[in-house]
Ligand binder design. Structure first.
Ligand code: ATP
Ligand code: MG
Length: 158
């Protein structure tokens, strides 16, 4: 299905904004430009839900969560960042492995199965994109993923 990505993304963020507790503040850095992507909306919703849930789960009181979209040529990059505990550099790529949790004690208290990001990687790669994380311990984490932007009728990148 071809959708306006920012509109689709905003609706998901709205849903979290309505139900979230007061301990985090959302910041949307999204332009009004329409970028069209051809995606399985159910699957992409699942991917984004997990990334936002993680960001909220690992945010401290008063933490900020930022949502951004950048477009370069035919590639759209989505960014979701938090100011949480972060992930040790040596483990940052492992968070996309099945059942991987950064530490067992943390995992026990936070719940979940450790599958969310493994499923996200599978789905993003099935869409021809990639997903990665940048993180600094004690500072926060940013999850990035890419999607191909559809061309408009004039053959231009939107
Ligand atoms: P599930 O998503 O299946 O409910 P989960 O959230 O533990 O469980 P993933 O979403 O795959 O699993 O994340 C894997 C692990 O990566 C988490 O257990 C956590 O240790 C770490 N992690 C993921 N996102 C963040 C984040 N924003 N900040 C800090 N650690 C994170
Ligand atoms: Mg998760």
């Amino acid at each position: 299905e071809t959708v306006n990505f920012n509109q689709f993304f905003n609706r998901i963020i709205d849903r979290f904004e309505l139900s979230k507790s007061q301990h985090v503040t959302f910041h949307r850095m999204l332009s009004d430009t329409a970028y069209y992507v051809d995606i399985d909306t159910d699957k992409l919703t699942q991917v984004i839900d997990n990334i936002i849930s993680n960001a909220m789960k690992y945010s401290p009181d008063g933490g900020n969560i930022r949502f951004g979209v950048a477009v370069k040529e035919n590639m759209l990059t989505v960014m979701i960042s938090d100011e949480g505990m972060g992930i040790p550099t040596e483990n940052v790529n492992r968070i996309f492995d099945r059942f991987y949790r950064v530490d067992r004690a943390r995992a026990r208290s936070m719940g979940g199965t450790g599958l969310g990001l493994a499923i996200a990687r599978e789905m993003i790669e099935a869409h021809g994109g990639s997903i990665w994380a940048e993180s600094e311990e004690g500072q926060g984490t940013t999850i990035f993923f890419t999607l191909k932007v559809e061309m408009d009728e004039e053959g231009e990148w939107d």
